[in-house]
Design a protein around this ligand. Structure first.
Ligand SMILES: *Cc1c(COP(=O)(O)O)cnc(C)c1O
Length: 422
C-alpha cells in the first residue's frame, strides 16, 4: 500500500491540529489515510488506494456513500438555500415521522450532534426532576461533554471521577457508574442515592466498546427499576436508531424509555442530533418551558433533507430487513472462520453491527478490556493493507451498509481469513 501522500500531509496536519486530526478516533498509527472520494461501500485515499469501508463514518452511512436519492434531495435543498434561521416545513415533516416510529418520543428538538442531544437530554431530566445525579453505564459513550466524560470511581464509592482534564470534579461526582448487564448494581445505586437521581442514561446495545448485547430481561429490568425508583430512563439510540430497526432498539426490544437521543443515520451523513421524549418532559424546554436549549443550526434544512431521503429509502425498500439478514450471514461466516482457525476469538453483533473480539465475548466494559487490544490493532492494520478499513480499535464497532453487496462481503471474508490465519 503506497501512502506517501497521506504520510506527508499528516506531517503538516500535526503542526496544525492536536494529534493531526479533528477527532481522536481518527488518529490511526503511524498516520491516517486521507480520503479524497467515497462511493457505495468504498473509500479512495489521496494515494489512490481503494478501501472497503466497514467504519462508515462510525455509523451514519447506512446506505453507503453517495446514495443517489440522498444526493438528489440534498442538491434540491441546496437549490432552495441551506440555512434560513426560521422554521421550515421539513422539520415538521421529519418530526412527524420520528414521532410515529419511536414509541418513546411524543415531541422532540432537532440539534446538531449526538453530543448535543445527550447534553440536552440530561438537562431536561435534571430540570424536570429537580435532581442533579445521573446514573450512566460503564463503557457507554454519549459524546464529549462534562457529565458523561466520567469514569467509575474506585473502591467502595461509586461516584464518578473525571475522565478528561478540564471536567470539574463537582460535575463528575454527580455521575454514578454501573456495569452493563448488571441490574443489581443499578438497583443498588438507585437505592443508595434514593431521591437524588434524575435519570439513568444508557445505550441499549453498547455500541462504543464492542458491541455488547443486553442479556435477556436486562433492558426490561432497567425499565422496571427506574419506574420503581421514580427515575427517568434515557436510551441513547445514536447508534441503534434506524439501525436495529426503524424504531431503534426500543422497538426491537420493546422497551420504551422516557427520553431518547438520536443522531448519525437520521442526518443521512450530515450533522444532526435529536432529543425526544414524553410530552410532559419536552414541554418544559424553551420557549414553552424553563429548560434552555438553542442553536443557530438546529433543524437546518440540508441534514433534514438528507435524513428524510434516507428514511424514505429505508422505509420503501425495506432495507433494514435485508441488511440485518446480511449481518446475520456475515457473523455466521466470520464465526466459522474463527472456529476453523481455533483462535479462541469471538464474533459479536446484531443487525448490521459486527465485530471480532480478540478474546471471549464480553458482557460488560471490564470484560471487554481483557481482549487482546494490541493484537487487534495489528490485525486492523493488516486488514487496511489488504484494502479493508476497520476502525483501528478493539472497541470500535464495525458496520455494514446497504451498498455492501454479497460479492464485496465475500471478498472481505477471504481477507479476514488470510489475515487471521497470519
Ligand atoms: C456517536 C455517538 C454519540 C455522539 O454523537 P456525535 O454526533 O459524535 O456528537 C453519542 N452517543 C452514542 C451512542 C454515539 O455512538
Amino acid at each position: 500500500m503506497n501512502s506517501d501522500a497521506s504520510s506527508k500531509l499528516f506531517e503538516v496536519a500535526k503542526r496544525l491540529m492536536p494529534g493531526g486530526v479533528s477527532s481522536p478516533v481518527r488518529a490511526i498509527s503511524p498516520y491516517p489515510f486521507y480520503v479524497s472520494r467515497a462511493q457505495g461501500p468504498h473509500l479512495w485515499d489521496i494515494d489512490g488506494n481503494k478501501l472497503v469501508d466497514y467504519c462508515l463514518a462510525y455509523g451514519p452511512m447506512v446506505l453507503g456513500h453517495r446514495h443517489p436519492q440522498v444526493m438528489k434531495r440534498v442538491i434540491e435543498q441546496l437549490d432552495r438555500g441551506w440555512l434560513y434561521g426560521t422554521p421550515s416545513e421539513l422539520e415538521v415533516r421529519l418530526a412527524e415521522r420520528i414521532v410515529d416510529l419511536y414509541p418513546g418520543i411524543d415531541m422532540l428538538r432537532f440539534v446538531n450532534t449526538g453530543t448535543e442531544a445527550t447534553m440536552a437530554a440530561l438537562r431536561i431530566a435534571r430540570g424536570y426532576t429537580g435532581k442533579d445525579r445521573i446514573v450512566k453505564v460503564e463503557g457507554g459513550f454519549h459524546g464529549a461533554h462534562d457529565s458523561v466524560l466520567v469514569k467509575a470511581g474506585s473502591g467502595a464509592t461509586t461516584l464518578g471521577i473525571p475522565d478528561s482534564l478540564g471536567v470539574p470534579k463537582d460535575t463528575a461526582k454527580n455521575t454514578i457508574q454501573v456495569p452493563y448487564n448488571d441490574l443489581g448494581s443499578i438497583e443498588a445505586s438507585l437505592s443508595e442515592f434514593e431521591g437524588e437521581v434524575a435519570a439513568v442514561i444508557m445505550e441499549p446495545v453498547l455500541g462504543n466498546i464492542g458491541p455488547i448485547l443486553p442479556e435477556a430481561g436486562y433492558l426490561e429490568g432497567v425499565r422496571r427499576v427506574t419506574k420503581d425508583h421514580d427515575v427517568l430512563l434515557i436510551f441513547d439510540e445514536v447508534i441503534t436508531g434506524f439501525r436495529l430497526s426503524l424504531g431503534g432498539a426500543q422497538t426491537f426490544y420493546n422497551v420504551v424509555p422516557d427520553m431518547t437521543t438520536l443522531g448519525k443515520i437520521i442526518g443521512g451523513g450530515f450533522p444532526i442530533g435529536v432529543v425526544g421524549g414524553k410530552r410532559e418532559l419536552l414541554e418544559m424546554v424553551a420557549p414553552s418551558g424553563g429548560i434552555y436549549q438553542a442553536g443557530t443550526f438546529n433543524g437546518s434544512p440540508t441534514p433534514l433533507a438528507a435524513g428524510m431521503a434516507t428514511l424514505d429509502v429505508l422505509e420503501k425498500e425495506r432495507v433494514l430487513e435485508r441488511l440485518n439478514s446480511r449481518g446475520d450471514e456475515l457473523r455466521k461466516a466470520l464465526t466459522q472462520i474463527v472456529e476453523d482457525l481455533g483462535l479462541g476469538y469471538s464474533v459479536v453483533g446484531i443487525a448490521s453491527i459486527f465485530k471480532i473480539f480478540f478474546g471471549e465475548a464480553p458482557k460488560n466494559y471490564v470484560e471487554a478490556l481483557k481482549c487482546d487490544k494490541a493484537g487487534y490493532l495489528a490485525f486492523a492494520r493488516r486488514m487496511l493493507e489488504s484494502g479493508v478499513f476497520l476502525p483501528p480499535s478493539q472497541f470500535e464497532t464495525n458496520f455494514l451498509s446497504a451498498a455492501h453487496s454479497e460479492d464485496v462481503i465475500n471478498e472481505t471474508l477471504e481477507v479476514y481469513k488470510s489475515n487471521l490465519r497470519d
